[in-house]
Design a protein around this ligand. Structure first.
Ligand SMILES: [Zn+2]
Length: 284
């Protein structure tokens, strides 16, 4: 569910814990999963009533994460228009006219304008401007975009802009993660591998770990061809697995890396990969 790396998660949590969430927040990121996750986390933090927000365990948080909280609105594109645009008329009739009505359950109403630059044309952004300029106490607007520059300057200048950043991952980190994956594969405990992979919950870390693991598998293949290695993880892999299994592991890893380029759910991907590794390792 949560595709945020630690730095980005703390940026959002910092905004919530200040107890003074700005009325308008623009979340920009090159990664759509990431900006959606950040928006949802911020929305949950806004409707949660626990001391540590978002607590992720109260009814409000659960409803927020399931997308069923009655005070979190995600305006959708107009059905009669193509290409993801919300018409000014629909914005007025379905959303703007309701904004002054009090929240149902929370202390605040949250509007998440996902892919806001595509959803809201200039006329719609201008229509929201009055509310952005003089926001009622209990209203939060969240705009998610690839780049905040795609929104009107008048909107931008009145919003808090949160720029999500890619994880900084060193080569050493990646090699350690790859060694952990290799350790999980040769482990007698089935759970070790799933646990290792499930900890790689952010896209950048998973990509780096799998890339380093592919390199490790390449070294294992070279080892079968008579090229020695000093890498202990590679040695352990070659003791436990034969050449064709290492080839099969390489194929599964490459498949996972290519799926990472699509809009994939990380948890489903790591579960899938774990079962592939398991199947390859244990088959005769
Ligand atoms: Zn909560």
């Amino acid at each position: 569910m949560n595709n945020l790396n630690r730095d980005n998660e703390s940026a959002i949590l910092g905004l919530i814990s200040s107890r003074r969430i700005p009325h308008t927040v623009i979340i920009e990121s090159a990664d759509k999963d990431e900006r959606d996750s950040a928006a949802l986390l911020l929305a949950a933090g806004a409707v949660c009533k626990a001391d540590e927000r978002p607590c992720m365990s109260c009814t409000a948080c659960k409803k927020a994460m399931e997308g069923i909280h009655p005070d979190i609105f995600v305006p959708e594109p107009s059905k009669n228009l193509k290409s993801g645009i919300l018409s000014l008329k629909d914005l007025r009739d379905n959303y703007l006219s309701q904004m002054s009505i009090k929240p149902n359950e929370a202390d605040i109403k949250v509007y998440i304008f996902s892919e806001a630059d595509k959803l809201l044309r200039e006329d719609s952004q201008n229509a929201l401007l009055k509310t952005i300029e003089e926001p009622p106490q209990n209203l939060l607007f969240i705009f998610t975009v690839e780049s905040s520059k795609s929104l009107l300057l008048t909107v931008r200048s009145r919003a808090r802009i949160i720029t999500l950043r890619r994880s900084e991952i060193t080569d050493t980190d990646s090699e350690e993660l790859a060694a952990e994956i290799a350790g999980g594969i040769v482990s007698a405990h089935e759970y070790d591998l799933l646990l290792t992979l499930s900890r790689l919950s952010d896209k950048d870390r998973l990509r780096a770990a799998l890339t380093a693991f592919t390199e490790m598998l390449r070294k294992a293949l070279s080892f079968y061809s008579g090229i020695p290695t000093s890498d202990e993880s590679v040695k352990r892999l070659t003791r436990k697995l034969n050449r064709s299994k290492v080839i099969a592991l390489t194929e599964a890893t490459n498949e996972a890396v290519s799926r990472l380029k699509t809009n994939v759910n990380i948890q489903l991907l790591t579960t899938w990969l774990s079962s592939q590794y398991r199947r390859i390792t244990w088959q005769k």
